[in-house]
Write a protein that binds this ligand. Sequence first.
Ligand code: ATP
Ligand code: MG
Length: 477
Amino acid sequence: MGCIIFNRVASFCRKVLNRDSSTRVPEEQTLQVYQRPEHGISRKDISENALKVLYRLNKAGYDAYLVGGGVRDLLLHKQPKDFDIATNATPEEIKKLFRNCRLIGRRFRLAHILFGRDIIEVATFRGHHSDAPVQVVAPKDNKQKPQISSRSEEGMLLRDNVYGNIEEDAQRRDFTINALYYSVKDFTVTDYAQGIEDLNNRVVRLMGDPETRYREDPVRMLRAVRFAVKLDMDIEPVTAAPIRELASLMQDIPAARLFEESLKLLQSGQGLETYRMLREYNLFQQLFPILSDHFTENNSSKTEKMIEHILASTDKRIAEDKRVNPAFIYAAMLWYPMMIRAEEVSFASGLSFYDAFMVASNDILDEQVRSIAIPRRHTTTVRDIWQQQLRFSRRSGKRAFKTMEHPKFRAAYDFLEMRSLFEGSDIKELAQWWSEFQDADYNQRGQMVTHINDGGTRRPRRRRPQQQRRKKPQVKS
Ligand code: ATP
Ligand code: MG
C-alpha cells in the first residue's frame, strides 16, 4: 500500500517537476507541500516519544517538525534509526518545557529529550550566518544566551548557533533528501529543495555550493558516502566532484567527533561497501593513515585482506542481530601494521620480540588516536586481544589453563582463529590446538599440555637455601 502511495508521489513529482535532475541548479529551490495521501507517512510509523515531543511543542505555541533521516527513511519504507525534530523554540525554551531535557553540544547546541534509553534530538532552526570569523546575535530577552557562529580561516564552522526560520534551516541542512519536514499539525511533508525528487531518482545531492559546504563541515563528505551506501543511491556528480581534492580537510576535524563517525561508518551493517567507497574517495586514508601505508594497487596486502574480512564478518553479525565490538574491529584492522612495526623495532633496537611487540602496540595505538579518538576502554581491549596472541603459543604447565581464565579469552581466541585464515601453518595448528583444548575435559587438557614443548616449560622450583631448611627432628632412640 505504502509502496503504491510512494510510487504515486514519484509520478506526481515527475509530472509536477518534469525536469532532468542531473541538470538542476541546487540554489534553484522550489517549495513543494505534499498532503497526507500523497506521501503516505502515518503517525503510527513514528515513535511515541517523538510524537509526544512534537505535540508538546505545538501545544506550547511553537512550530515543530519531524525532519532529516526520520522523514527520509519513512518515505523509503525503511525503519528510521532515530527521530530528529526541528523547532523555532530556542534550547532554553525547550528545556523549560521538558523536565527530561538535557542541552548538549558547543559547536551545535541542541536539546536531548530523554525517555529512558530513547533519546529524541531537538534542534532549533538554524539561520544564515555571515562570512565573518565571528557572528554574535543579541538574545531576545535576558534569559536567553547570545547566539554565536564562528568559523576558522579555512571556512570551517567552529560554532553554528545562530537561529533562524524554517526556510533558512532547510538551506543549512546537508543534503536535499534530509531537508524534508513532516508536520503533525496538518500531516504535510514540506520539501524545500526537491528532496523527494532526489529520493525517487536515488541521488545524494548536497545543498548549495559543494566546496563551500564541505569546507564548512568536512564531515559532510563522510555523510555523502554513508548515505549513498546505506540508501543504495548515487552521489550526484557535482556533489562528488570536489571530494577527492578536499578529503584532507578531514584532518581538521576533532578526533573525538571522528570516533563517533567511524562507528556509524563501520557498524552500519554495510561496513565493507562503505570502506570501499571511502577509499575510492580518498577519505578512508584520512581516518586511518596507518592503514593506508599498507594499501596496494591490487588490494593484495595482508592488511587489506584483514580489513575486508573483518568488515564482511561485522556486516554479517549485524544482519544476524548479533553484538559487535568496535575494539575487535580496530584490533583486526591494525594487527598487521602493528606486527610489521614490531619486527622493525626489534630489528632496529635489538629488543626481544616480546618487548618490541609492546612498543609497537603503544606506538600504533598512539598514532591512531590522533585521527580517531578511540576511547581508552576500547584501546585497553585492543591491547588485551593483541597480548593474548603472544600467550597462546606458551601452553605448557599451567599456562594454557591461566590463558583461558583471562576475561578477554573468547575475543582473543576468535582473533587467533581469524588470523589463521591469513597466516602460515604454525598459526593454523595453534588455532586448531586451542579449539580442541576448549572442547576437552579436564583430564584430556592435562594430557594435551604435557605433550607441549613450546620453550615455556615450567621453571624448576627453586629450592630453599640449605641453611634455611628446617632440620628434621632427630628422634633419639
Ligand atoms: P541517520 O540518523 O539515519 O544516520 P540522519 O540524516 O537523520 O541520518 P543525523 O546525524 O541524525 O542524520 O542528523 C539529522 C539531520 O540533521 C540530517 O538529516 C540533516 O538534515 C542534519 N544534519 C546532520 N549533520 C549535518 C551536517 N554536518 N551538516 C548539515 N546538516 C546536518
Ligand atoms: Mg537521524
